[in-house]
Design a protein around this ligand. Structure first.
Ligand code: GLN
Length: 229
């Protein structure tokens, strides 16, 4: 069975999938795909640098094996990150997009919301929306031409309620609904700004496992073709 590497620990067990913690570059050789979970991306970058993981992670991305970055992991995968408080940080890159590290604010601005994701529903079925858990969450500001947008959060407009004058302003000058990109896919790379592992809905995990199985199957086909020729 395919083994999924996790750059720390995420719950894959309930789906019957073996996860291994990745701490050393050479461990990446034995996994079929990789999850880079949430956390704090500057600290994660320092640790990855200390363990000399960046070159191996970049090589892994180039192999075509699936990599899923959630939250800080999405920041890691982005080609560009903005909004750092303490200057630049090293990124793995590969995902052609710009990510804002703390788009929704600090810890106290963490929130949950129902978010539509047509592609997820078409592949995995279930309800039309999923519950997004956003913890000091990033968001994707722009994407390159090869990047598929899988989910957008319809941000509620802010000048509603609280005072009648605000409501009047809104009526005269309606604020268009703002949509913020929170899930993207580019080939073997999946990026989500939220934490699906904190909900009971397994669909983002099954979506990624599907990517893992498809990639493993096609590389076996290629290997078999190469060895028989
Ligand atoms: N915004 C955080 C960062 O900069 C990520 C938060 C998270 O992974 N929950 O790393």
């Amino acid at each position: 069975m395919a083994v999924v590497g996790v750059l720390a620990l995420q719950v894959l067990r309930r789906l019957g999938v073996k996860g291994v913690e990745i701490r050393k570059p050479e461990q990446l050789e034995s996994v079929a795909s990789l999850i880079i979970p949430g956390g704090e991306s500057t600290t994660m970058a320092k640790l990855a640098e200390y363990h000399n993981l960046f070159p191996a992670l970049r090589d892994f991305v180039k192999t075509g094996k699936p990599v899923w970055g959630t939250c800080a992991g999405l920041i890691f995968l982005a080609n560009k990150a903005v909004g750092q408080k303490t200057g630049g940080q090293e990124l793995v890159g590969g995902l052609d997009c710009t990510v804002h590290r703390n788009y929704f604010g600090s810890q106290i601005q963490s929130f949950e919301a129902e978010i539509p994701a047509p592609e997820l529903v078409s592949k995995e079925g279930g309800p039309e929306t999923f519950r997004g858990v956003f913890i000091r969450a990033p968001a994707v500001l722009d994407v390159g031409p090869g990047v598929e947008v899988l989910a957008e959060y319809p941000v509620p407009s802010t000048n509603v309620l609280f005072s009648s004058s605000a409501v009047q302003i809104q009526e005269e000058n309606p604020v268009p609904e703002k949509k913020v990109i929170v899930a993207v896919k580019q080939g073997n790379l999946l990026g989500t700004a939220f934490h699906p592992e904190l909900t009971a809905d397994p669909r983002w995990h099954t979506y990624f496992l599907r990517m893992t199985v498809e990639a493993a199957t096609s590389s076996n086909t290629i290997d078999a073709g190469t060895s028989s020729s």
